[in-house]
Ligand binder design. Structure first.
Ligand SMILES: [Cu+2]
Length: 149
């Protein structure tokens, strides 16, 4: 008789334990969320190498790194009609990146000594897209010039 009661109590305890375990399982309802996150994350990385020039003392200033990842940022936004100071620093040993040119803006091939910022000045007068290119015409980046506001 005592054995039977003990057995029953044990059975009840196991039941409660099983129920408790089951209660921790719900909440699988996050499927919409992961979908949205994946999407916006993708857009962010695509935009991350695009930079807008900052304006200091009437000049727009942009800094470019020619390094292990190529040109960073790869796309730079400028405004037409504002003198521009384009500061380029090569940070990697690379025969490919040791010169830069912007033929569309009349900037000839320019040497980039390793680790030394080189300033190239020009004033974009027209809206449009202009490529900056390494000396061998292999690496490319883009200046996007917008019309004056
Ligand atoms: Cu090159």
């Amino acid at each position: 008789m005592n054995m039977r009661i003990t057995g029953l109590v044990l059975f009840l305890v196991l039941l409660v334990a099983a129920c408790g375990g089951a209660e921790q399982q719900p909440e699988p309802a996050a499927t919409d969320h992961t979908d949205e996150d994946g999407h916006s994350g993708h857009n962010e990385t695509a935009e991350s190498t695009r930079t807008v020039a900052t304006i200091q003392d009437g000049m727009q200033v942009i800094e470019l790194e020619a390094g292990a990842n190529g040109y960073v940022p790869g796309t730079i936004e400028l405004q037409a009609g504002i003198p521009t100071r384009f500061i380029v620093t090569r940070t990697v040993e690379s025969a490919c990146l040791e010169q830069i040119q912007i033929p569309d803006l009349g900037i000839a091939v320019t040497d980039l000594p390793l680790g030394e910022p080189v300033t190239i000045e020009f004033e974009p007068t027209e809206a449009g897209s202009f490529q900056f290119i390494c000396g061998m015409n292999m690496q490319h980046g883009t200046l996007v010039v917008k019309r004056e506001a």
